[in-house]
Design a binder for this molecule. Structure first.
Ligand code: XIL
Length: 372
């Protein structure tokens, strides 16, 4: 097990870049104190999505060990990776679990069912009943395999799309088309059965801003969460991906009310995939990094005020490997001037960026809560 730094109040504030008595001086953050230690002081957790192929990079692993307390697979735990062939292969997911165990990190699972990536062989199954059996078998097998090791699973990812025009706001996609909306309850029930103590999460994106599109999605999520409570679907937490976009209109009061409504239905909240698209910011790196940092700060300041929020995970740690640099995955994040995106708390050379300080300060300013 890794030994956590015990922080005095002074070193904690200094590490977070918060001036205790000399507001003009910018204290140098303590190199050894990472974001998870700062989060822990408030009963929160900090972590990130990782890819096992990067574990060979010792400098990167050192950053992961210093900064995170919880990790999740960026792709390693997804169904189409585990079951490229009908016979499952857990090599990548096991590598992630092994890394978490060796380094004393908590492990999240992502994602058991995601309409966007299902195995090709499964999609081609003609028989509906056989397809549902195979889907639930995958879910049960995978949750059971990591029982007691994965503390929190994203069971269903991205089931909402009000723009698809259904009254219930659900996305017209493969699971709904094949099985109707009952698959949601059956999936969560199967996961609960396979590991009764694991936190079960519904995870989705596109809620954060003060636009009509986001408002429809917030409404659809709250309605879905209310239906889950009415029909007894076993869900413990909501995962808010929070892929932020610098330059969008953010209304902190609106956002706080939304989080409070989720919490009032007795769901915990996890920020599961935080990053910031910088495509609308200036090319100048100092200006761009400052804009990205501001976006982290205003979002986290509002978010961490909600006591139901228990963890924040970024989608990657270093800009170098961010999915927001992939034109195929995220064309909207690619800058017109061709400059590489800088969405995460660490730069290409693994140095802390202003975004790191923004996250650190948000943790320092957050109200304390019991650690879940
Ligand atoms: C992304 C990964 O980062 C990419 O490497 C992959 O090509 C596609 O998936 N929402 C999610 C994540 O829930 O699983 C996605 O991850 C990003 C958006």
């Amino acid at each position: 097990m890794r030994i956590r730094a015990v922080l005095s109040r002074r070193s904690f504030l200094a590490a977070a870049g918060v001036a205790a008595c000399a507001p003009l001086a910018e204290p140098v953050p303590d190199e050894a104190v990472g974001l998870d230690a700062l989060a822990a002081a408030k009963g929160l957790r900090f972590g990130a999505a990782l890819q096992p192929r990067h574990f060979a990079d010792a400098a990167y692993v050192a950053v992961v060990r210093r900064e995170t307390g919880v990790i999740v697979g960026e792709n390693a735990q997804k169904w189409h990776v585990i079951a490229r062939d009908a016979a499952p292969n857990y090599a990548e997911a096991d590598a992630l679990a092994g890394f978490a165990a060796v380094n004393g990190l908590r492990l999240r699972g992502h994602a058991l069912l995601w309409y966007l990536h299902v195995p090709t062989w499964w999609e081609q199954l003609g028989d509906r009943a056989a397809a549902e059996r195979a889907m639930l078998a995958h879910l049960e097998r995978t949750v059971s395999r990591y029982r007691g090791r994965i503390a929190s699973w994203d069971v269903v990812n991205e089931a909402i799309e009000p723009a698809d025009g259904r009254n219930d706001g659900l996305r017209r996609a493969v699971f709904l088309d094949r099985f109707g909306d009952g698959y949601l309850q059956r999936a969560f029930a199967a996961a609960r059965n396979a590991d009764p103590t694991c936190q079960l999460v519904y995870n989705d994106y596109g809620f954060e801003y003060a636009t009509r599109w986001h408002e429809r999605r917030r409404r659809a999520l709250l309605d879905l969460l209310a239906r889950f409570r009415r029909d007894g679907t076993p869900i413990d937490a909501v995962g808010l991906q929070s892929h932020l976009v610098a330059g969008q209109a953010f209304d902190a009061a609106l956002w706080r009310r939304f989080l409070a409504e989720i919490a009032a239905m007795n769901y915990r909240i996890v920020v599961t995939e935080l990053d910031v698209t910088d495509a609308a910011l200036p090319a100048d790196i100092a200006a761009r990094d400052a804009g990205v940092a501001d976006e982290y700060r205003r979002f986290l300041d509002a978010t961490l005020d909600e006591p139901a929020v228990e963890a924040v995970l970024t989608w990657g740690l270093t800009d170098r490997w961010s999915w927001l640099r992939s034109p195929a995955a995220t064309p909207q994040a690619i800058r017109r001037d061709g400059a590489a995106a800088r969405p995460l708390p660490f730069d290409d050379a693994l140095r802390r960026k202003p975004a790191w300080s923004a996250i650190a300060r948000a943790f320092a300013a957050a109200p304390a809560r019991p650690r879940a």
